[in-house]
Ligand binder design. Structure first.
Ligand code: NDP
Length: 491
């Protein structure tokens, strides 16, 4: 599979230009190199995609679970077979280290399709005996055509969180990647062209407030699934509410990463780095609030500073690179802006805090791994920075840290690090978030539900419950009684 110099929109199994011919460039944020050119979809293009999806729906819906499972497994196989290309493009397009894309993003993308293939293949029906003469059969039906919109931080991986259950459940999809990272979705469309019937998967590219909004507002879309900021999540929810259709929302986070005095020190230092430096901190579940108990605080912070200084920031294409480029200039400026806000609020820069501009760095958008010592009421501890910037906060007691952890509008994830199992379980249960790791963080394997409480979202993904977000239950009630029902007695 070769990367094309220009991509159109993938509609009804064919590539077509945007109806007004407009395009935008996909560039590598590490060095500015042009990767390819993408089409900017119009409302008419979105309409064509929805029409194509509805045309494909009857045939796709009619397939048995066994047939759809075979196709999902083929999708996983083709992703695995093209893993080096997909990992390289994901890295070039988003700035993430190739190592991360190779060992996490692409294998877990393939795994989502295998997971849902297995689920539907093994599914059994539900029958209830209501009384001696009545039984009910519950069948699940797909919703029809669904609209899916994903962000730029894990384009393919989060894409698979949505595509796999939607397709497994028998829906057809109109899918929009972020205009910052559209390349791998387009390559995937080419890879799947011979596997999925035409129209089952349609890829629309373009800006969120145009192409994305057209998807939200299209009357032919029967469900919305969105991952991105809480601000846009409100728009998705509003659009769904207006048309009375369901919406799954995976939104922002400001997750507490809690380190007690009795944690495994070396492992905990790793945990801070994985929590806030993985994918340059552009992770919804990033452990961005680093709560450290007072007994180890000074020693822990000194060890963190040492570790952060050693992080190999550099060319994402090198396998030894540990942290790559920020996805685009706008996001880099947002992150740098928050570092300034933190300083103005009185936070102390423990390490990092600057853009890297020397030599090759000057061509891209690189920021030093950064730690700010602050307090939980600061904006840097309450608002999502979405970059390699952790806020270190000292605490004294278990009660105090639980209160601070929950003093946030978000509730996506959290982690607790201690060798005391009782304390770990107490804190894990008290933290208000959809996922809590104990002595670990950032891992999101298929099968374990992921999603947010509070302003972090509605619904769960990567678990069998996500199938139910893409189907509706029909109850078929059967009376085997031969006589009249007897409700209206006849003379
Ligand atoms: P945005 O909310 O800006 O964008 C997400 C997606 O929505 C993109 O495809 C974007 O398109 C699109 N979009 C933007 N505006 C609209 C609109 N009016 N109508 C329809 N679609 C629109 O978030 P980012 O892409 O900047 O991603 C970062 C955010 O995503 C962070 O807040 C992060 O926490 C959250 N996130 C949450 C995750 C979770 O699982 N909970 C996982 C990953 C990220 P375009 O980019 O082309 O403008």
């Amino acid at each position: 599979m070769e990367l094309k110099s220009e991509y159109g929109l993938f509609i009804g199994g064919k590539w077509q230009k945007s109806s007004d011919g407009k395009t935008f460039e996909a560039r590598n944020p590490a060095n500015g190199a042009l990767i390819t050119v993408c089409a900017e979809a119009t409302a008419a293009d979105v309409d064509a995609a929805v029409t194509a999806a509805w045309q494909a729906f009857p045939e796709w819906k009619a397939k048995t679970n066994a047939e759809r499972a075979v196709i999902l497994n083929k999708i996983a196989d083709v992703i695995d077979a093209n893993a080096p290309l997909l990992a390289s493009l994901e890295s070039q397009d988003s700035g993430k280290p190739i190592r991360e894309a190779t060992i996490i993003d692409i294998p877990t993308t393939a795994d989502q399709f295998r997971y849902y293939a297995g689920l539907i293949r093994g599914e059994e029906g539900a029958v209830t005996k209501v009384d001696a003469n009545t039984m009910a059969i519950m069948v699940s039906e797909p919703l029809g055509v669904v609209g899916q919109i994903v962000p730029w931080n894990f384009p393919l991986m989060i894409g698979s969180w949505k595509l796999a259950p939607a397709l497994a459940a028998g829906n057809c999809v109109v899918f929009k990647p972020s205009s910052s990272t559209s390349v791998t979705a387009l390559v995937l469309a080419d890879l799947l062209a011979d596997i999925l019937p035409a129209g089952v998967l349609n890829i629309i590219t373009g800006a969120g407030d145009k192409a994305g909004q057209y998807i939200l507002d299209h009357p032919g879309i029967k469900k919305l699934s969105f991952t991105g900021s809480t601000a846009v999540g409100y728009k998705v929810s509003e659009a769904a509410g207006k048309r009375l259709i369901p919406a799954t929302l995976e939104l922002g986070g400001k997750s507490p990463n809690i380190f007690f005095d009795d944690c495994n020190f070396e492992k905990a230092i790793d945990g801070v780095q994985l929590g806030i430096l993985f994918n340059q901190g552009e992770v919804c579940a990033a452990g961005s609030r680093i709560f450290v108990q007072e007994g180890i605080y000074d020693k822990f912070l000194a060890a963190l500073v040492k570790a952060f200084k050693k992080i190999n920031v550099g060319n994402p294409a090198e396998f030894t690179t540990q942290m790559g480029a920020i996805v685009n200039e706008q996001q880099m400026n947002k992150v740098l802006g928050y570092i300034e806000i933190g300083k103005q609020e009185g936070a102390k820069v423990a390490v990092g805090g600057h853009r890297l501009t020397d030599g090759e760095f000057g061509k891209g958008f690189f920021i030093e791994p950064t730690l700010l010592e602050g307090t939980n009421d600061m904006r840097i501890a309450q608002e999502e920075i979405f970059g390699p910037v952790g806020v270190v906060i000292k605490f004294r007691t278990e009660e105090e840290v639980i209160a601070m952890a929950n003093d946030s509008k978000y509730g996506l994830a959290g982690a607790v690090w201690t060798q005391d199992i009782n304390k770990a379980l107490r804190v894990a249960q008290a933290v208000e978030s959809g996922r809590v790791w104990i002595n670990s963080c950032s891992n999101v394997p298929a099968g374990i539900p992921f999603g947010g409480m509070k302003q972090s979202g509605i619904g769960r993904e990567i678990n069998k419950c996500a199938l139910d977000h893409y189907r509706q239950i029909k109850s078929i009630e059967i009376s085997t009684f031969e006589s009249p029902l007897g409700f209206y007695p006849q003379d």
